[in-house]
Design a protein around this ligand. Structure first.
Ligand code: SF4
Length: 366
């Protein structure tokens, strides 16, 4: 997590901003900086945001780091927040600090992973209870507050295994990312139980599918099970082992890092599996490594290229249209107008339970 400050000529040279756009970008940066000062606004940006938005943000990082930072800011330093990211992030920020208004620059900045129906989660919990399983529900921060509210603890991709270790029960219902669920099972020595097909959960068929796997895990002495939910991030889930194989053929010495949201076979083929912030720290901490292939959303890779012009980054990355919905114009307008319809809130009865799950994560992870 850090401040991102990139000069405009670097963005023009790198092709992220065209010559024609540059004067308007400079103008918007000035205006945004002036508004931030005048209104005492805090503007965090996710690692996947476009570079010209990251450049004018107060802080760049992953969703959880940004929400915790926004919570801990003294009120006189941050009267309001304009969250450059997607909706669940702004919700998380509001959940942790409800008294501070949080605005989202674009209401179409959603997330394919976060689209989970809370009633379906409650149904799966009933199923596990009826089956006599001793389980805890963990939800990834990439969920809406209604789903967080049903869970025992939230987690991020960097602390998921630690949280699973500390929850003190053998079984975990992991919502919503099936690939991160695999990573948690592997790291905590539990059996990975694949999800049912999306929207096709039938208790009897599902029980028949998982029972042999549960028995096999018990025979191997594993300590419990991870029941994976049928969710995936469409950006990471579409990456394939072929992406890694072709880079390795081209350059066997390159370091391959993947996000925990990629499919299990890619996690096995990579050198490292990390969260976005861990990736940035890893590249900083290894000056001897000069060539990388980083499989995640392209925004992080562009930022690493700008931060490390001496290194080479192959680009098997993919774009997330939701993350790219936010541009400088929308950040500027939101700061200027504080449009009431762009203020993100969560009903109080949901917020309390969601906040408990987020706070439990903070306690368990520390
Ligand atoms: S990259 Fe994936 S997880 Fe992140 S906002 Fe886009 S769809 Fe959601």
């Amino acid at each position: 997590m850090g401040m991102s400050f990139v000069a405009l000529d670097r963005l023009v040279k790198g092709g992220q901003v065209t010559e024609a756009e540059a004067p308007r970008v400079a103008e918007l940066w000035d205006e945004i900086r002036r508004l931030k000062r005048d209104k005492r606004a805090f503007v965090p940006a996710h690692n996947y945001q476009v570079p010209e938005v990251q450049a004018v943000a107060d802080l760049v990082g992953d969703s959880f780091e940004l929400a915790v930072k926004a919570r801990d800011l003294p009120p006189d330093q941050a009267r309001m927040v304009v969250f450059c990211g997607v909706r669940f992030m702004a919700e998380g920020c509001h959940t942790l600090a409800p008294e501070r208004p949080v605005y989202l620059p674009r209401l179409d900045a959603l997330c394919s992973l976060a689209e989970v129906d809370a009633d379906d989660v409650a149904e799966r919990q009933d199923f596990l209870r009826a089956a006599g399983r001793q389980f805890a529900t963990m939800t990834y921060v990439n969920t809406y507050a209604e789903v967080k509210a049903l869970s025992d603890s939230c987690c991020t991709s960097s602390n998921a295994a630690k949280i699973a270790d500390r929850l003190g029960v053998p079984d975990i219902l992991f919502v919503p990312d099936q690939n991160l669920a695999y990573q948690v099972a592997l790291k905590t020595k539990r059996t990975y139980l694949p999800p049912p097909e999306p929207h096709k959960f039938h208790p009897r068929e599902y029980a028949e599918m998982i029972e042999p796997l549960v028995r096999e895990g018990e025979k191997q002495g594993l300590r419990g099970n991870v029941f994976a939910w049928e969710g995936a991030c469409h950006v990471h889930h579409q990456m394939s082992v072929g992406d890694i194989a072709s880079i390795r053929r081209q350059d066997p010495e390159t370091t391959v890092i993947v996000h925990g949201e990629v499919r299990p076979e890619l996690q096995r083929a990579a050198d490292q599996v990390m969260s976005t912030s861990q990736m940035a720290k890893y590249v900083d901490a290894h000056p001897e490594k000069t060539r990388y292939a980083i499989l995640t959303e392209c925004g992080l890779v562009v930022r690493l290229e700008l931060d490390h012009p001496e290194k080479q980054f192959y680009k098997p990355c993919r774009l997330c249209q939701y993350m790219k919905a936010t541009d400088l114009e929308s950040v500027y307008r939101t700061l200027r107008d504080e449009p009431p319809e762009q203020r993100i809130t969560v009903p109080d009865e949901v917020r309390g339970a969601a906040a408990r799950a987020m706070t439990r994560m903070i306690e368990l992870a520390s």
